[in-house]
Structure formats: structure tokens, C-alpha cells
Unconditional design. Structure first.
Length: 324
């Protein structure tokens, strides 16, 4: 079974969500919601998490989180595991409550953060639980707009999101009105899920932010059970077919044993998202043959200086970053 890729660093922002197995109601009563928020609040009070937005539905939770110290997985494991254990004791159960691992996308500060907050605050409306949004007690919307009843918790941070509307220098009432108008403007629009817009299902933000994230994970091994990381690494890279076409045009047929095949192997391993075992299967050779085609730090060079120069030029034309 595939597992979710986690990209963690201090100061990262995430939209995290999860749902229960088989539609079990995680929050059938207020006592359950209060308990879940208590687990979450402990991490806020200890400085491990900053909560920018949340909403609780009967079978789901949606959280917009910041990790000042990184380690999202650690804090989520404590929150979800603690609530799971409490839930089972409370109900005389001995089975898992949550459906697999929680989902999380990395969110860029700016418009993406603002959009995620609105999506979360309107989520109960889309589920038919309440209209307008402020009638839903178990979300952070009341922390933002005020005057609609006491917020469920006091520890939601609103200044970052409000600042994205240019409201950081406005009075409290002006900032709340600006955010209310922004959220209400989205009520009549067809919602675009951040999960659908996230690059490789992992990163939501500008092209430069996605490129920065890709740079952070470029050295991480491409494991078969992390398809999302594999998709992220492939974003913006030429396809293996395009690389093969370029090699064929300049060096000959790489499917025939000879220099062209070694050249293609080197380019695929060094400049694409394919791992060596995948390249070996693609070319119908052994992993050892692929290894001999790839330069190693401090080892012998498999290509002459002139050929290496041509390969670097080809990598540049294909908008690749070659290590050859």
C-alpha cells in the first residue's frame, strides 16, 4: 500500500485532513469535539503547532496548520492517536477510528493560504450542515468574524490570514468585515478543492514555490510506495520518451547495445525522475549495467570529456540538470 509523502521543515504550512473508517461518526456529540480540540490545543500551547483554521464534521477534520519546529507527523500522530485511544475507551471499541494516514498538502504563504482558509470555513456549508458559515460553532470562522457567538477555542491565530487581505493594519472590525466579505464571495462559486489543485497532490502554491520544494526533496530516494513524491519529481521534467528521442537523434538507436544505450541510461538516471531499477527494466538490462553507465563521485568516468560535454549540452537543451 502506498504511503503519503511528508515534506517537513520548521515554519511549514499545511492543509491536513482525515476521515473515519466506514463513516463512523468521530464527533457524535460536543464532548467528542471538545476532546479532539483539547488534544490539538495542547500542541498549540506547547508551541509545536499554530492553527490558522479548522472545522470538524461528523466524520472528518480539516486543519490549516503551521509547524514552528517542523515534525508535522510527530504532532499529528500524538493528536490522532490520543483521540483514537480515548474514543475507543469511551465506546468500548478496539479498532482503528481513522481511515489510513491523514492527508496533508504543503501550502505557500499568500493567496494559497487565504484560499485554503476560505475552503475550510465553507466546508460545513457544502456538506449541508449550516448556512451561513458562522452558524457552525465547530470551526474557526467565529474567531475571524466575531459577533456570531463565542468561538469554540481561543487559540486560533487569525492575523496571518487576515494580513493576506491587507487587513493587518486595519482595525479589528475592519479586518473581520474584509474577511467575511471574502468568504461570503465564495459561497456562490463552484468550489475548487485545494487537493485537486495541489501539484502532485503534495504542494499548493506558485511555480517558484513548487520548484523550491522540489529542490528540497531532490536527494530523497524514490521509493515505489511513495507515488506522490514520484509525481512531484516528474513535474516539469521531460518524459523518458523525449529524452530517448534526443539521444537517438544525436547518438543513434539506444535500444541496440552500444554507446547510445549507455548515454540514454545515464541521462535517464541522472536527469529524470526514474530510479535505476526502472531504467534497467525500461532498457531490458541488468541494474549492474545501469550502474556502470552512471558517473560516481570519486570513481572512474564512464564517458570521455568530449562526450560528457555533449551530454551536458543535451541536458541543457532538454531543460534538465545533468550531473554528467
Amino acid at each position: 500500500m502506498s504511503r503519503a509523502t511528508r515534506i517537513e521543515y520548521p515554519g511549514a504550512l499545511y492543509y491536513a485532513m482525515g476521515r473515519t473508517i466506514g463513516g463512523t461518526k468521530a464527533f457524535p456529540e460536543d464532548e467528542y469535539r471538545e476532546r479532539f480540540l483539547r488534544f490539538l490545543g495542547r500542541r498549540v500551547e506547547s508551541g509545536d503547532l499554530i492553527v490558522h483554521a479548522f472545522c470538524l464534521l461528523p466524520t472528518q477534520y480539516h486543519l490549516l496548520l503551521e509547524t514552528p519546529r517542523g515534525e508535522l507527523s510527530r504532532w499529528m500522530q500524538g493528536i490522532l492517536g490520543g483521540f483514537d485511544q480515548w474514543f475507543n475507551v469511551r465506546n468500548g471499541r478496539a479498532v482503528h477510528l481513522w481511515q489510513g494516514r491523514y492527508k496533508a498538502i504543503l501550502v505557500e504563504r499568500g493567496p494559497s493560504l487565504l484560499e485554503c482558509s476560505r475552503y475550510i470555513h465553507l466546508h460545513p456549508n457544502r456538506a449541508g450542515l449550516s448556512r451561513p458559515a458562522e452558524r457552525r460553532k465547530w470551526s474557526s470562522y467565529r474567531n475571524y468574524v466575531g459577533g456570531a457567538g463565542k468561538p469554540a477555542v481561543p487559540w486560533v491565530t487569525t492575523r496571518t490570514v487576515l494580513g493576506e487581505l491587507g487587513a493587518s493594519g486595519a482595525s479589528g472590525n475592519q479586518a473581520r468585515r474584509a474577511y467575511r466579505a471574502y468568504v461570503e464571495a465564495g459561497e456562490g462559486e463552484a468550489p475548487v478543492s485545494p487537493w485537486e489543485r495541489a501539484t502532485a497532490g503534495l504542494v499548493l502554491g506558485s511555480e517558484s514555490f513548487v520548484a523550491w520544494v522540489k529542490d528540497q526533496v531532490k536527494g530523497r530516494p524514490l521509493n515505489a510506495d511513495e507515488p506522490s513524491l514520484r509525481r512531484l519529481r516528474r513535474e516539469g521534467l521531460p518524459s523518458p520518451d523525449r529524452i530517448e528521442e534526443a539521444v537517438t537523434a544525436e547518438f543513434g538507436d539506444p535500444r541496440i547495445k552500444g554507446p547510445a544505450r549507455r548515454i540514454l541510461a545515464a541521462l535517464l538516471v541522472q536527469c529524470s525522475s526514474l530510479c535505476p531499477s526502472e531504467v534497467a527494466r525500461e532498457l531490458g538490462v541488468t541494474p549492474g549495467a545501469i550502474s556502470r553507465s552512471v558517473p560516481k563521485k570519486g570513481g572512474s568516468r564512464p564517458f570521455t570529456p568530449e562526450l560528457s560535454r555533449k551530454l551536458r549540452a543535451m541536458a541543457t537543451r532538454l531543460s534538465l540538470r545533468s550531473k554528467i
